[in-house]
Design a protein around this ligand. Structure first.
Ligand SMILES: [Zn+2]
Length: 119
């Protein structure tokens, strides 16, 4: 499953950014997810909560910011929002499009709190 490997890479990124010595728990992970990234948010959230059991990320919320698909039309020069299912210029209907945004999958921010675990 594609979302599982994506969820795993998110966990890896977050763990790399956690302070090693302190006992911290991750409260939430902000994620920028493009409409064209090819990821189903529900599946991603499911995989994320499954693989974070027993890690500092357990119970963390995955806050997904959806990035709309935008593109520059090579035919009429318009920059605009593109309907992913149509993938055509909203102005002239052309299909010669250069994607500007909508393919990103990026960890945006990580919110942590001190864990009340073993001291
Ligand atoms: Zn156009």
């Amino acid at each position: 499953m594609h979302e599982l490997s994506v969820a795993q890479s998110i966990v890896d990124i977050v763990l790399q950014h956690l302070p090693k010595e302190d006992h911290v728990a991750v409260k939430s992970v902000g994620l920028r997810l493009g409409e064209m990234a090819g990821i189903v948010p529900d599946s991603l959230e499911f995989c994320f909560s499954a693989i974070t059991q027993g890690t500092p990320l357990e119970g963390a919320a995955l806050e997904i910011e959806h990035v709309p698909l935008t593109a520059h039309c090579n035919d009429c020069g318009v920059d605009g929002n593109i309907e992913p299912t149509l993938f055509a210029c909203p102005s002239c209907g052309g299909r010669s499009l250069a994607i500007l945004s909508g393919r990103e999958m990026q960890v945006k921010d990580i919110e942590v709190e001190e864990s009340e675990g073993i001291r």
